[in-house]
Each structure stands twice: as C-alpha cells, then as structure tokens.
Design a protein around this ligand. Structure first.
Ligand code: DQA
Length: 146
C-alpha cells in the first residue's frame, strides 16, 4: 500500500492565519503543512498538501487520489463541506478513504454549517481541534483506524 496521503484544502483556507483568527487560529496553511510533513515522516507516511478555491479542482484531486493509489485523503473542503453534492458523489465514487477535517467545530456554529455533505461519505471526521485536527486525522490514518 502506498504511503502517500493527499491533504486537500478548499476555499479561503489559503488565508489561514489572517482569516477570522478568533475562529481558525493564527497558524498559516504553510505552517500546518510543515508540521504535518514532520509528523508524516515520523509515522512513515508522505503528504501532498494542496489548496484550491475551486470546487471542481477538489473533485479532480479526489479522483487523482484513487488513480494514484494514495493511502488516504484528508479533506478540509471549507464551505463546500456544507453545499457540495459533487464532493459527496466524488468521495463515494472512489475507494480511497477520506477523512473530513475542520479546524473549527461546524456543528457548534451557524445552523447552515450543521449539514456536512462531506461527512455523509467520509470514513471519519476530525473537527474542533484547530490546526491539530490535521495531525489527529493523519495519526488516525497511520494507526489504520480508517
Ligand atoms: C472550516 C469550517 C467551514 O464551515 C468553513 O466554511 C471553513 C473552514 C474549518 O476548517 O473549520 O472554511 O472547514
């Protein structure tokens, strides 16, 4: 089995660190990538961290995860989490396990964030731990929990 874990980030996550720090913290996406790379190395995994503001790009990358034989995908789809049937279908279309990741806990926020299309198909959801949500999700992959 491949050691590659794709870490896919959706809209507005390129602004982490600047964007609503009282909700999302002050850690940037690059800092999260660095932290995850270190942890992945310790766990014998490799990560490929990406960000896009475009829904269809996330769909393409999910397909690519399967085609490239990735072990798993960590997916923070941002607001597309709550709107995208295309992402739900893409997760269902691939055999690669997907872990839903959020820095905040959407279920304790506005009602429109309580629905998660990603969560309807994800193997696991890790949310509410700030930047640590990514590390916890990666460790779940390493432990074979998904
Ligand atoms: C988020 C939660 C979403 O509701 C929001 O739209 C985001 C970030 C999170 O990581 O907490 O963009 O996915």
């Amino acid at each position: 089995m491949s050691n590659l874990v794709l870490v896919l980030n959706g809209p507005n996550l390129n602004l982490l660190g600047l964007r609503e720090p009282e909700i999302y913290g002050s850690t940037t996406l690059d800092e999260i990538a660095g932290m995850l790379e270190d942890r992945a190395r310790e766990l014998g995994l490799e990560i490929d961290m990406r960000q896009t503001n475009h829904e269809g790009m996330l769909v393409d990358w999910l397909h690519e995860a399967q085609a490239g034989g990735a072990r798993a995908v960590l997916l923070n789809a941002g607001a597309y989490t709550h709107t995208s049937i295309a992402l739900l279908d893409a997760i269902k279309a691939i055999a690669t396990p997907v872990v839903e990741v959020h820095l905040s806990d959407p279920r304790t926020r506005e009602p429109f964030r309580h629905v998660s299309y990603v969560g309807m198909a994800a193997a696991l959801t890790v949310e509410g731990h700030g930047a640590d949500s990514y590390r916890i999700a990666l460790e779940a992959v390493a432990k074979g929990e998904i």
